[in-house]
Write a protein that binds this ligand. Structure first.
Ligand code: URA
Length: 245
């Protein structure tokens, strides 16, 4: 490139930046003037309302499962193998809501089946419950790449579905597992150490406010076993509420 060409290119780039065009939107440049430009990637055709999560609300868990399976609004599903909807007994009165599926959950299609899930089963056993007497789900239905924490935006996108999930299950109480689930469902930025063990209520359309108890996530307890004593306090607190005492 000659010095003159370089100066002209630099001036053109500066003009783009001045005009506000300062972000590359795709990893590769696309010549939109070429006749054989590849077509833009198309999202599978879907009613707009489904993409926005605003179709007629599901009235049964099976309808909601189908809605989640067809939901195209959350980018996480692109990299995930399976949709992870829920496990357990929706009639149990107790709903547990975690963060996001991990590798094993993505492989099997059920929540909390990996190492954190084993500890969660022990936590349930400590209050005399198992997956026939508890209902388990997450605040996002697809595994984030490399098991990263879902972003606030990803969680916010799934939130209407999660709230419908709660409305359909109508649990007596929810155990919120970890900071991310507490953040999105309680709409707070307080850390889990501050939130844990304190009952709150979440308003859900169509049902009475639902009592919610945040506690540590079992994956955190695997890394910080010294905090299990706090988690077991929370479980006793939960059991008292469920037993009506
Ligand atoms: N961690 C979660 O928060 N959810 C799962 O389903 C598994 C691990």
């Amino acid at each position: 490139m000659s010095t003159g060409d370089r100066a002209a290119t630099t001036a053109l780039l500066r003009w783009y930046v001045d005009m506000g065009a300062d972000e590359a939107l795709a990893p590769e440049p696309l010549n939109r003037l070429a006749a054989d430009s590849p077509p833009q990637e198309q999202v599978p055709s879907e009613p707009a309302a489904v993409v926005a999560g605003q179709q007629a609300p599901a009235t049964t868990l099976e309808e909601l499962r189908a809605e989640v399976e067809g939901f195209r609004g959350c980018a996480l599903r692109t990299d995930a193998t399976r949709t992870v909807f829920a496990d357990g007994n929706p009639e149990a009165g107790l709903m547990l809501i975690g963060e996001a599926p991990g590798r094993e959950e993505d492989r099997i299609g059920l929540p909390f089946v990996g190492s954190a899930g084993k500890l969660l089963d022990q936590m349930l056993a400590a209050i005399g419950r198992d997956r026939t007497s508890a209902y388990i789900t997450n605040v996002v239905f697809w595994r984030p790449p490399n098991n990263r924490t879902p972003t606030d935006e990803e969680m916010a996108t799934c939130l209407p579905l999660v709230r419908t999930h709660v409305a359909l299950v109508r649990p007596q109480a929810i155990l919120l597992l970890g900071a991310a689930a507490a953040r999105v469902l309680l709409g707070t930025r307080l850390g889990i150490s501050k939130l844990r063990g304190q009952w709150r209520e979440i308003p859900i359309e169509g049902i009475p406010p639902v009592p919610v108890l945040p506690t540590f996530h079992p994956a955190f307890l695997l890394r910080q076993p010294a905090r299990k004593a706090d988690a077991w306090d929370d479980l006793r607190n939960l059991k008292r509420r469920l037993d009506g005492s």
